[in-house]
Design a protein around this ligand. Structure first.
Ligand code: MN
Length: 288
């Protein structure tokens, strides 16, 4: 199943190039604040699955091209990211391949955006802002101290994720947490539709030009081991999102660009880049 969030918080199942509204069967109140309905839907998924499938069969198909796709889980408990998780990216960054030791970091959940929403660049003269194409793992089942051998049972699904990053020496969290710096989408593809998360191509283009082309088999810490590592420290909750790191080929984006990410079996989306205002601390040259 492919779960999309669209047109102001509705939930739909994507079938071919259409979307079927299942908002009510998914238990979503689109006026709710905070918007935790998708988290609750994932937590209750086994109980809701049949009702969601029945609702999808009854719903009139709406062409995907006519809807605005939003980030599937706007209010997760955690947005976790793995640094330097591909050797080739470590080499291009002149960084040691550190993820096995370095663990993980957090991004602000408020940085999440969707396929139909632009990346809004802060105003940071002289600072490069880069794309990082990544596989997102969406947790389905709560767990602590999950063994790698059991880890994939805790996965609800997968999505494309862009980990937008200001290059520099400040903490990763501030450089990667501007609003719209984590587009996720275009939807969540449930884990049963992905043959092997350890063998997925992750490709990225900017304005049609190929920039990144990696395979998740080249991850230093794979999906299952990542879940083991993170859950050794913190309880993973339904709806938590893990950005699993990027391959080589990262590079700058600028206003006017169109960034396309594709992960076969998972999805494909093109996100526009626009210029915004303000930059806060990162507008001041780093002295570290
Ligand atoms: Mn990253």
């Amino acid at each position: 199943m492919r779960f999309a969030r669209w047109n102001g918080g509705r939930i739909g199942l994507v079938v071919g190039d259409t979307i079927r509204d299942v908002t009510e069967a998914a238990g979503i109140d689109i006026g709710e604040w905070p918007p935790v309905g998708p988290v609750r839907m994932i937590a209750d998924f086994d109980r809701r699955r049949d009702a969601i499938l029945n609702a999808a069969e009854r719903a009139s198909p709406v062409p995907l091209r006519d809807v605005k796709l939003e980030t599937p889980i706007p209010w997760p408990h955690k947005l976790i990211a793995i640094p330097v998780n591909y050797h080739a990216h470590a080499l291009e960054m002149s960084s040691p391949a550190i993820s096995r030791n370095a663990g993980f970091f957090m991004k602000s959940s408020a940085s999440l955006s969707g396929a139909g929403e632009p990346i809004v660049l802060p105003d940071l003269p002289g600072r490069e802002i880069h794309h990082e194409a990544e596989l997102a793992v969406i947790i389905g089942k709560r767990g602590r101290q999950i063994a790698a051998a059991d880890a994939l049972k805790h996965v609800f699904g997968y999505a494309c994720l862009l980990d937008i990053t200001v290059r520099g020496k400040q903490e990763r969290t501030i450089r990667k947490s501007y609003d719209t710096f984590t587009p996720v989408g275009p939807w969540i593809t449930t884990a049963d539709e992905v043959d092997n998360p350890a063998n997925l191509d992750v490709r990225l283009w900017v304005n049609g030009e190929p920039r990144q082309d990696a395979n998740t088999s080249a991850m230093i810490v794979g999906v299952a081991e990542t879940i083991e590592m993170v859950s050794a420290v913190t309880t993973l909750e339904p709806g938590d999102i893990i950005a699993t790191g990027t391959g080589e080929g990262v590079g700058p984006i600028a206003a006017g660009d169109a960034v396309r990410i594709e992960i076969p079996q998972v999805g494909e989306m093109t996100v526009r880049v626009v210029q915004g205002n303000g930059g806060g601390n990162l507008a001041i040259p780093a002295r570290v």
